[in-house]
Design a protein around this ligand. Structure first.
Ligand code: HEC
Length: 295
């Protein structure tokens, strides 16, 4: 008969295996909060109680079995169970290591090459780790085959939908900037530049020097709809141009949202007013306006 593992080790270990299985089979990775759901907690409390009852029954059986053993055997078991459990565990796991090279280790004779191999026992900690990996791989294998756990495509799908939902909620809850409250913000320039390169550079060049569309870095403007330069830029991006539909209404059509138009406008304003002009640009179009507030 083997010595007993104390219940304060047994119950938590069994419980953690059950929780792990529960996590793998019932909880998808983005619903991890189910683990702390009241029903789940109640379920785990019940399991703990059940484990405790089983442990007590097991203890009773163990004691009863002891009675049927001979005196010597009983004394042997009592001796084995003496002292601290952790020390016994340590001995059990590392004992064989110490035995190596001491007593008569089995030898394997290859015969043909004259090499004699020592057939040492594998250390216990190694063997148990190996068993553990087998158990883990079995759980993992079946969960991978049967359910969505750790399936990268499913995980990607869930994460992707989750992100889309979050973006949707974010956009619903954050009011978009309109021409009334938009203003130049220097900290938006860099993000505006990225958006400008994505949406506008084909016609205006990424430095704004002009291509199909006019040069946005000079003081000549075809469209003047607002008294303020920044608002004028915002206006044109939002409403497009009346004279030339090639410059379409990015804002009105919903293609670009107000917040992003504020960023792009900040970039356009920045390259027009605050940064060095590109060396070469498209020839001036429209009328020269230098002092916007006076028109
Ligand atoms: C398909 C080509 C095209 C794209 C894309 C385009 N534009 Fe234009 N844009 C033009 C043309 C053409 C004009 C001249 C319109 C006119 O004659 O009134 C113009 C005019 C403008 C003006 C007014 C210039 C002035 O002198 O009145 C601004 C500001 C402007 N675009 C900014 C942008 C921004 C910002 C984007 C990106 C969100 C963008 N454009 C995308 C073709 C384009």
């Amino acid at each position: 008969m083997r010595s007993k593992i104390p219940s304060f080790i047994m119950i938590p270990s069994l419980l953690s295996v059950i929780i792990f299985m529960f996590y793998v089979f019932f909880v998808s990775y983005n619903h991890i909060y189910y683990l702390v759901h009241p029903i789940t907690i109640f379920f785990f409390i019940m399991i703990t109680a059940l484990l405790y009852v089983l442990e007590s029954i097991n203890n009773l059986i163990y004691k009863r079995k002891l009675q049927f053993l001979s005196k010597e055997e009983r004394i042997k078991i009592f001796k084995e169970n003496e002292g601290n459990y952790f020390y016994r565990l340590y001995k059990f796991i590392f004992y064989d290591l110490k035995k190596i090279n001491h007593d008569g280790v089995k030898k394997i004779d290859h015969g043909f090459d004259g090499i004699i191999e020592l057939d040492n026992k594998l250390p216990m900690w190694w063997v148990h780790l190996f068993y553990l990996t087998i158990v883990f791989s079995a759980i993992y294998f079946f969960s991978y085959l049967l359910i969505d756990f750790s399936n990268p495509y499913k995980e990607y799908d869930i994460a992707y939908k989750d992100q889309l939902k979050k973006i949707e909620i974010f956009e619903k809850n954050t009011p978009q900037v309109t021409i009334e409250n938009a203003c130049f913000k220097e900290n938006l320039v860099n993000r505006g530049k990225v958006l400008f390169e994505e949406n506008c550079a084909t016609c205006h060049q990424s430095d704004g020097s002009g291509n199909i569309g006019p040069n946005l870095t000079d003081d000549y403007w075809i469209n003047k709809k607002e008294k303020d330069l920044f608002k004028n830029i915002f206006y044109v991006i939002w409403n497009g141009s009346d004279n030339n539909p090639t410059m379409r209404a990015f804002g009105l059509s919903g293609e670009i949202k107000g917040n992003d138009i504020e960023k792009i406008s900040s970039y356009v304003y920045f390259i027009n007013q605050k940064s060095k002009k590109p060396l070469r640009g498209k020839d001036p179009q429209g009328i020269k306006i230098t002092e916007w507030s006076k028109i």
